[in-house]
Design a protein around this ligand. Structure first.
Ligand SMILES: [Zn+2]
Length: 192
């Protein structure tokens, strides 16, 4: 009888210990899960910030400024003074074919960037709700850049291939970054 009571007590203690261990494991599991969720949240936030930074550094406005700088860094003979490239601090406006356009378009080609030329009224219809970081007007057209038929390269609004990117590592954005590098290098070459 005494032996049986002892066995029962032992079994009871074992079960208590086991139950406690199961509870401990459960709470450890929960902690691990919430840590994983936090880690995923931080990784997502990091991706979001990386994209925001990319967009800030490669906005249409920055590209437009850079294009102007490239033109101004060329020798006087090579500078384009067409209505579109004209530097407003200067008094001389020369109308006519844009000298900058062929150079810029060859850069686009080298970077694998596409352009869709559309009618002005169509452009209006196809302006898009932008991705959260792009503050400039963008277009729901499947190209990197969109150009109105009547316009020139005074500005280059972005098409869907750029603004639809959801990560700074998007290969389409790498092409845009390459264009910026190419233009910056051109300024260095022109000035040396
Ligand atoms: Zn020009």
């Amino acid at each position: 009888m005494e032996g049986k009571a002892l066995t029962e007590r032992l079994a009871f203690t074992c079960r208590l210990l086991l139950d406690r261990r199961v509870l401990e494991l459960k709470s450890e599991n929960e902690r691990l899960r919430s840590f994983q969720q936090l880690s995923k949240k931080l990784a997502d936030e990091n991706e979001r910030l990386k994209l925001a930074l990319f967009v800030e550094k490669h906005s249409p406005a920055r590209l437009q400024l850079l294009m102007g700088e490239v033109n101004m860094s060329a020798s006087e003979n090579d500078q384009c003074n067409c209505l579109w490239c004209y530097d407003r601090s200067d008094n001389m406006i020369v109308r006519g074919a844009c000298k900058f356009k062929p150079y810029f378009e060859s850069c686009l080609k080298q970077c694998g960037l596409t352009v869709e030329v559309v009618q002005d009224d169509e452009l209006f219809d196809r302006s898009a709700r932008q991705q959260e970081f792009f503050e400039d007007v963008v277009y729901d057209i499947d190209a990197h850049f969109v150009q109105a038929r009547a316009s020139t390269w005074l500005s280059c609004p972005y098409g869907a291939k750029i603004w639809k990117a959801t990560s700074a590592d998007d290969p389409e954005l790498a092409k845009l970054a390459r264009l910026f590098e190419m233009l910056r290098q051109r300024i260095i070459d022109n000035e040396s």
